[in-house]
Each structure stands twice: as C-alpha cells, then as structure tokens.
Write a protein that binds this ligand. Structure first.
Ligand code: L34
Length: 293
C-alpha cells in the first residue's frame, strides 16, 4: 500500500507556482491576486481560509481577506461580490462555504463573475467543464485529478465509484472522471443516500472517491483488494486525548481500508492541501488569461 501524500505534493506544486510567479513579476510586472470572503466564525472555515491566505503569501500572490459577521444581510454580501467583480486588481475570488442560513448560496454563486470564479462553482464554468471546454474546475475535484496524474494512477477503463453527489465534490468529480481525457475515461458510478446495497457497489470499485461526510464510513470489508481510495472527508470527532479536544478523520476507516488497498489518501494531509493548491492554480490561470486578453 502506498500513501498519496497530498501535503508533500501540494508543497511541490506550490514551489512550481512560486517560480512561475517570480517570472511573471520580473518580466510582466504581474502579481496574481486572490480575494476570499469569509462570513461568520465557523472554526473549520476559518482554518481553511487561513490556509488559503498563507499559501498565497508562500507563492508570492497578493491576497485580500474580507471578513464579515454572520449578521451580514444577503444584499450586503451581494454588494461585496459586485465590488470584487468590478475590481480590476483582483484576478479571482471565493466566498467560503457554508454560509449562514439566511443567505441563499445559489444567489451568491450566480452573482460571481465567471471570469473570476476560481472556485469553478458558477454554472458557466460548471457547464463548460461538462462539455470539456476550458474552464475553472472546482478546487477539490481538480486537486484530486492532479494527485492521480502526479502519482501516475491509471483511470482509463477503471470502475470508479463516487460516494456523494454534492455540487462541489461528488457531481463534478463523476463528470471529470468520465471525460475523454487523462485522468478520465473511467466508468463512473455515482452513489448516494438512496443507493441500494452500497457495499456491493463499493466492492466492485477500482477507484473510490469518498465524499459522503460520515466519519470512517468506508470500512475494509467494503473495498476490493488493491483498489485506489481517495478520502475527501474532513470530520472533527471528539477526542479528549488531543490538545484541541478533537481529531480529524476522513470518510474512510484508514486502518482497515489501508491494509487492503493499493493507494490511499490520509486525513489530514491528503485531499485538503490539494484543494488549496488547486485554488492557487486557478488564480494563476486567471491572472495569465488577463495578460493575453
Ligand atoms: N467556496 N467553500 C468554497 N470553496 C472551497 O474550496 C471550499 N472548501 C470546502 C469547504 N468550503 C469551501 C475548502 O476550501 C473544503 N475546503 C477545505 C480546504 C482545505 C482543507 C480542508 C478543506 C485543508 O487544508 N485541510 C487540512 C487540515 C485542516 C485542519 O487542520 O483543519 C488537511 O490536511 O486535510
């Protein structure tokens, strides 16, 4: 069994981005600029956004963090988005999810200008992705594709089972893996809460993408020997032996699954750091496309 080290791979790609940014700065006076909007005080969201801002600093991007209390109205948030849409200095921006209940996430997503939608959530980018047209890909699926590519994991003709059908992971992942491309050309099954005999479906998988949001859901008895397991889950479970009072576990029971599979991503240190890196890749892409425009 080999561990897919997302943390190390993310560091390597960030180094590559840093070198490219240095050249952009030197030869074109271009500095990519990412803005992030964070609403409320959710500790997990705060830590993810902090990691995005820190990564910007590391690669030499400019970054702007806009923090708002969760009492912000939908209208006020939409105005912030309009401002970012019009701000020529900003190459791309994200609005960290989840948002407070009184704010309509769909409205927010639709307000972001597709050219600046480095999360790839806007239907224009999503639609382009579906048709194989160049677009910003959603960060988590894009980070997973990059991991498969860099570890030279074969996907063609493989049976890939995606657990979960969210707009930001399960659905785009299933589309990307079935595209005529590498990584891609897989036979994809998308599964969810209504799927019957999920264990049997999982046992037929060569590649499993677990994005179901249930701690340690996938166990060793549910997977085929030598399969590839990508664990997207990041669940905080109470643990009084830890300083923070919790530990992070994925949607996969690492111990029982890792003894059977050929490759596995750990949590933490797997998909999470690659999500952040994919966002940087999209921001760089946006800054470069503005140059040639
Ligand atoms: N708009 N909202 C928007 N874009 C996104 O791409 C996200 N996502 C998801 C939640 N909401 C979003 C993220 O940024 C999940 N996510 C994310 C980003 C980074 C990490 C995890 C999730 C990450 O760095 N995880 C670390 C551990 C972090 C910790 O210690 O809490 C890891 O090693 O997995």
């Amino acid at each position: 069994m080999q561990i897919i080290d997302g943390k190390a791979l993310a560091a390597k790609i960030k180094q590559e981005i840093k070198e490219e940014v240095a050249v952009l700065k030197r030869n074109h006076q271009v500095v990519p600029h990412l803005a992030a909007v964070l609403v409320g005080n959710d500790p997990a969201s705060q830590s993810y956004v902090k990691s995005k801002v820190r990564s910007c600093e590391l690669v030499g991007f400019e970054s702007t963090l806009i923090r708002k209390d969760d009492s912000i109205t939908e209208q006020e948030l939409l105005e912030i988005i309009e401002d970012l849409n019009e701000n020529d200095d900003v190459d791309g921006f994200i609005v960290q999810l989840p948002l407070p209940k009184h704010i309509d996430e769909q409205k927010v997503t639709l307000t972001i200008k597709p050219e600046k939608d480095v999360d790839g959530f806007h239907p224009v980018n999503f639609g382009k992705m579906t048709q194989g047209i160049d677009a910003f890909l959603p960060a988590t699926p894009m980070g997973i594709l990059e991991m498969l590519k860099r570890y030279e994991i074969k996907t063609e003709g493989k049976h890939c089972v995606v657990l979960g059908r969210s707009n930001i992971v399960g659905t785009p992942m299933s589309i990307l893996l079935s595209r005529k491309a590498y990584p891609g050309n897989a036979t994809v099954t998308i599964t969810h809460s209504r799927t019957k005999d999920l264990s049997a479906v999982l046992r037929s998988a060569d590649i499993i993408i677990a994005a179901i949001g249930i701690p340690e859901f996938v166990t060793g008895d549910m997977v085929k020997e030598d399969c590839v397991v990508i664990d997207v889950g990041i669940n905080r479970v109470e643990d009084s032996t830890r300083l923070k009072g919790y530990r992070l576990v994925g949607d996969v029971d690492f111990e029982s699954v890792s003894s059977r599979c050929s490759y596995i991503t750990p949590v933490p240190g797997g998909v999470g750091p690659m999500t952040v890196t994919a966002l940087l890749m999209n921001t760089l892409k946006s800054a470069k496309s503005k140059m040639s425009a």
